[in-house]
Design a protein around this ligand. Structure first.
Ligand code: DGL
Length: 259
């Protein structure tokens, strides 16, 4: 049986990429809801309806577990999905707790989509772990647009980020938490902007560890061929050009591992 990995677009490939490194003999279906990306500026109700459709599709393909590899969809829809479906459904949450515990008096910045920044889920998490009010939240919806158009290294990305970070003293920070899976593609640019000692924390490794534990506990780990099928809003991706694009995105993610 396959593992379903879902995102509004190409962001969740970061989780698929990590899963293929850690759980290389599992088979995967990657579902990008490209008809409806971006999610980060939509209403909670719209997001729930879109994610539910994708989850139903993945279930109809017989997946054994689903990873919602999208912080936005997790914050809007995970409770709904878990109450509706019995199979394991994992979500993604910005890794605020470890960052706050390790920040040693410095600040932590969480960057995410407007929905994630607005939703109660993140505020509840911060309330639980951030007694000293060291966490700042910043919505960067522009990065999703750059990512979806493969504009990772466009000069506008650096301009946009420098402008958005202007109100903050970046030397006060110990960690930048990438609270949106699309944001992993830009680590080279954050490196140019943030002081060397600032760590970039992305949730893919933790999410895949969690996936491995859940599959192991439920006796669902398998030794298959490590295949991946891609779908865009329910349509199978067979076009060579599109498959090549996914391959290129994996190459970029491999490069981003060094930052
Ligand atoms: N990749 C998504 C996330 O992790 C959201 C991107 C979007 O559709 O706005 O939050």
């Amino acid at each position: 049986m396959k593992i379903g990995i879902f995102d509004s677009g190409i962001g969740g490939l970061t989780v698929l990429h990590e899963a293929m490194r850690t759980l290389g003999s599992e088979d995967y279906i990657y579902y990008a809801d490209t008809d409806h990306v971006p999610y980060g500026t939509k209403s909670k109700e719209e997001i729930i309806a879109y994610v539910d459709q994708a989850v139903q599709f993945l279930i109809s393909k017989g997946v054994k577990a689903i990873v919602i590899a999208c912080n936005t969809a997790t914050s809007a829809a995970i409770d709904y999905l878990r109450s509706k479906y019995a199979l394991p459904i994992l979500g993604m949450e910005p890794a605020v707790k470890p960052a706050v515990q390790q920040c040693k008096g410095k600040r932590v910045m969480v960057i995410a989509t407007p929905v994630t920044v607005r939703e109660e889920k993140l505020h509840n998490l911060i309330r639980q772990v951030d007694d000293e009010h060291r966490v700042d939240l910043l919505a960067l919806p522009g990065l999703v647009t750059f990512a979806e158009s493969d504009g990772f290294d466009a000069p506008e990305v650096e301009e946009y980020l420098r402008k958005e970070f202007t109100p903050y003293r970046l030397e006060d920070y110990s960690a930048l938490i990438l609270g949106c899976t699309h944001f992993n593609y830009f680590k080279n640019t954050y490196r140019k902007i943030f002081p060397e000692c600032v760590a970039f924390i992305d949730g893919s490794i933790g999410t895949v560890k969690h996936l491995k534990n859940i599959l192991s506990e439920q006796g669902l780990l398998e030794s298959n061929s490590g295949s991946v099928e891609y779908y865009m809003s329910g349509r199978p991706v067979r076009d060579e050009k599109l498959l090549k694009r996914f391959e290129k995105l994996h190459e970029r993610l491999e490069q981003m591992l060094k930052y």
